[in-house]
Design a protein around this ligand. Structure first.
Ligand code: CIR
Length: 257
């Protein structure tokens, strides 16, 4: 597999009003978030992808987390219907950019009452695991799997108990390797993979991304970094501390295809 394109969106000053489950971490600092975003884009470019950088959308505090607005497969793009009320309009804002890469018959939509956020979708080859979460509902998953099957792909539901999104706690690194934290360590559907267990105190570090043979790892998670390097991957480290304050991980900040 090779990714050629990545879409990101600059954070706006409204980032400090993003949805968070951890107010005790404080509010993101805009200037720092911008610097971290610059470094994130640089890391992606080093992995050999073309990066499309969209302008900030101040009216949507969480809009830099573009991963939640769409799921892009090798057969077509699915525009999501984000379950978080304040984020729902972000998908419409993303659609024109996706239309630059895909024509009509390769674009599908998740529609109400179905909801789905891309952070709940993990691609493993031509199979897509979908987390059923506070953001992604049963009807959204039903529509999603129906679209996938129409394209010759497949999907299956993974019930979530504790995390915001599926990829908050599990990420596929290709080559059968899967990073797992917390509730995902014991999920039966993942036992066939080579599971790399992330210790509880480094759980946030489970959200790494594989981009063309390189794994981008968040800064500050030494056990995760060592384990990924032991697998033989080239690694790049990027600081995402400002995004973490509002539950954002590395993967949420881009759409990779
Ligand atoms: C939210 O709660 O929607 C944002 N503050 C964080 C979104 C993170 N996205 C992701 O995990 N895919």
């Amino acid at each position: 597999r090779k990714f050629t394109n990545v879409i990101v969106r600059r954070p706006g000053k409204s980032l400090c009003d993003g949805i968070t489950s951890a107010p005790e971490l404080g509010k993101p600092i805009y200037e720092k978030a911008i610097e971290q975003h610059d470094a994130y884009i640089e890391a992606l470019k080093q992995c050999g992808v073309e990066v499309t950088v969209l302008p900030a959308l101040e009216e949507y505090p969480d809009s830099c987390f573009v991963e939640d607005t769409a799921v892009i497969t090798r057969c077509g793009a699915i525009i999501d219907n984000p379950g978080a009320g304040s984020r729902n309009g972000e998908a419409k804002e993303m659609e024109p950019t996706i239309r630059q890469f895909f024509d009509d018959e390769h674009i599908a939509h998740i529609t109400a009452p179905g909801t789905l956020e891309g952070g709940d979708v993990m691609m493993v080859g031509d199979h897509f695991y979908v987390g059923r979460s506070a953001r992604t509902n049963e009807e959204g998953i039903r529509q999603f799997i129906e679209i996938l099957e129409g394209w010759g792909l497949s999907g299956s539901e993974v019930p979530l108990e504790y995390v915001l999104h599926l990829k908050t706690g599990v990420n596929y690194l290709e080559d059968n390797n899967m990073l797992v934290a917390g509730e995902f360590v014991t999920k039966p559907e993942f036992q066939k993979y080579n599971l790399i267990e992330v210790p509880e105190e480094e759980a946030y570090g489970a959200n790494c991304i594989w981009v063309n043979g390189t794994v981008i790892v968040p800064e500050g998670y030494p056990t995760v970094l060592a384990k990924v390097q032991e697998l033989g991957y080239k690694t790049l480290v990027v600081d995402t501390s400002e995004y973490r304050k509002i539950d954002g991980g590395l993967s949420c900040l881009s759409l990779r295809f």
